[in-house]
Design a protein around this ligand. Sequence first.
Ligand SMILES: [Zn+2]
Length: 203
Amino acid sequence: MPTPKPIQDVINAFSRLPGIGPKTAGRLAFFLLSAPDELAQDLANSIIALKTEVVTCPVCFNIMGRGQTSCDICQDEHRDRSLICVVEDAMDVLALERVGAYQGLYHVLQGVLSPIEGISPQDLRIEELLKRLQENEVREVIIATNPSMEGDATAMYLQQRLQPLGLRITRLARGLPVGSDLEYADPTTLVRALSGRQEMGVS
Ligand SMILES: [Zn+2]
């Protein structure tokens, strides 16, 4: 018997999520089928709310609630506005915020340079960063892209682009596991990487 279409549709949808193969997708679909209606309803509603109520901050490209003019971090007057930490995605902001050791602002690139995936500088929020740095008094940019090949390449590229502006450019200290994501780093490692950040040399 072929899988009924409504079930197959859910399996297909789950399969498109990262880290979920067809087998897990099937298990989830059948789990939802036998679960209380309320669970499926909550799941569906929260996904819709996620897509309609969460938008991108026009200043730093972090996430913010619909209706806000900029995100909570950009609006926070206690933050050090002369410090900008550049990260790959909004999840990295959450990771650094959880640790609570950073008091500056952020700039979310919304990705990382990747020739293989066809992601070039114009696909990232680099021009927006340059504009921000020209229009505001910033003394230091901390490049906190992930310690991966793409993350390193992006850091090097940024350094070259930012160099002419004459501000301090640092990179998170080594110690984060290579190839890992900032968001999975334990708090101690993250704090150490932040406090031990190093000047990026002229290349
Ligand atoms: Zn913001």
